[in-house]
Write a protein of this length. Sequence first.
Length: 296
Amino acid sequence: MKKVSLKSSFLLFMAAFIWGVAFVAQSVGMDYMGPLSFNGARFLMGSAVLVPVIVFRRKKNKEQNIPAADTKTTVFGGICCGLALCGAALLQQYGIMYTTVGKAGFITTLYIILVPFFGVFLKKRIPGKVWIGAVIAAFGMYLLCMSEKLSLSRGDALVFACAVVFSVHILVIDYFSPKADGVELSCIQFLTAGIIGSIGAVIFEQPHLKNFIDGIIPLAYAGILSSGVAYTLQVIGQKGMDPTVASLILSLESVVSMLAGWVILGQALTGRELMGCLLVFCAVILVQLPEKKSGF
């Protein structure tokens, strides 16, 4: 059991690292195309990358007489995950246009606080440490995002909304991943998000082929690594793992995003913003700490 837990944790950490750097790719991608075009292309690319993997796994499973997961559950689960992913990714993509990569990474991390609260609707108990973590995170958000006029910027507000929808996405994956094939579920969710994004791009952005060619490097990183690889690592890594624990490991993307934004884009944060980042990260660590067992 410990071996499975370590393997799952490593897979989730690799997903977090890829996503942290992906914030830079998403920011750079906006120099070439609109948010709908970028997300539509990246998710369709992520879905296409997984097709040969699915064919290979199905052939291998057939040879080893491993029963296939229920197709109806996998397809329905993939569509549900895709709808949540599409909403969250679009909010994040629009938000990155109006805020820094580092701030976006830490605000998105708030899903670690939100996941346990949303768990209430699934009749799950909220531990005391989550309440404390929420207060610390709220103060950290104040330092990180609020200006002297006590107003939240458009970009920060959009990324916060993204964190809310990502919380729903984590819970949806938690529900479907034990019942479906992880890779196929991931492929279908990308296809769903990609189709919606592409339709939106044609209607609202009128993209041109040159935009995609010029932005192929950030697009390929976001499509192949951030989508095709990282989200699949998330689906597989979350199997058999508590969603709150999973969300904490995934939240390490915030640290990576801040470092990547600073090193690659030169987006430095002020002392006040760094303190806000520190408090948010302390909050997510607190939520992860194991509870003391009662008894003698």
